[in-house]
Design a protein around this ligand. Structure first.
Ligand SMILES: Nc1ncnc2c1ncn2[C@@H]1O[C@H](COP(=O)(O)OP(=O)(O)OP(=O)(O)O)[C@@H](O)[C@H]1O
Length: 216
């Protein structure tokens, strides 16, 4: 799956962005499929905005986000839904764990969305054990700590097929040991699918063997 940006500029940040240089905003670029990509930027400079544009849940921009050569705006709602089920997965900064469901139900909701689930229930248990959240799987989303929510959101993003995984500060609530474990799992799941990822964060890190670094 091809993702390209053509002179993408967020309308609310236009004046600020055009006053400085950026590897991403107002550029023409194609993310090479299968690449591990890090986008670094200080707080408040538009990481979440970019992630929302890539996943097509915000459209207040000029320029284009092209998916397989076509602007997001040309896709029907059902085509967008299919792409999100089969080709593009996401871990939001605000995690979006449903509080009225248990941790496991949050994961299952995504796993069984495809008639033929990509992952088995056993695989979910393995991932939960790897990220040390087995003991909270039957706890309601409301009572999970933010670190637990983040690990549940990571597993939820990994139970579906994808060619691109988009992650917005995915380790912000984790200690370094848990962050390393989660990074290893994500890298392994991307490799199995020959998928790439686009990860935003505040600082440099060496948790992944990144192919490309950008400054936002
Ligand atoms: N819908 C919106 N309309 C107008 N301005 C917005 C909107 N969403 C975010 N902003 C502003 O755009 C800027 C970038 O916000 P964004 O959340 O994308 O930054 P970020 O780099 O992800 O920040 P952080 O690292 O703090 O999470 C901020 O100044 C924010 O107040």
């Amino acid at each position: 799956m091809q993702i390209q940006l053509e002179n993408l500029v967020p309308v609310p940040l236009r004046d600020k962005i055009l006053q400085r240089s950026s590897d991403i905003w107002n550029r023409q670029l194609a993310f090479p499929p299968g690449s591990f990509i890090k986008i670094k930027a200080p707080s408040g400079t538009g990481k979440t905005t970019l992630v929302h544009y890539l996943y097509n849940i915000r459209t207040d921009y000029t320029g284009q986000v092209l998916v397989n050569g076509q602007p997001w705006s040309t896709y029907s709602r059902s085509s967008v839904a299919t792409l999100r089920q089969e080709q593009i997965s996401v871990i939001f900064q605000d995690l979006r764990v449903f509080e009225q469901l248990t941790a496991l139900e949050n994961i299952e909701l995504k796993r069984v969305m495809n008639a033929n689930p990509y992952c088995t229930a056993e695989k979910v248990n393995e991932m939960a054990a790897h990220l040390k959240v087995t003991h909270v799987l039957n706890q309601s989303g409301k009572t999970l700590s933010y670190g637990e929510r983040q690990r549940v959101a990571i597993i939820r993003a990994l139970v579906q097929p994808f060619q691109w995984l988009i992650m917005d500060e995915p380790f912000s609530h984790l200690d370094e040991e848990n962050a390393q474990r989660a990074a290893a799992l994500i890298a392994e799941e991307c490799k199995v699918r020959k998928a790439g990822f686009i990860l935003t964060d505040l600082d440099n890190d060496t948790r992944f063997a990144y192919d490309i670094h950008y400054n936002l």
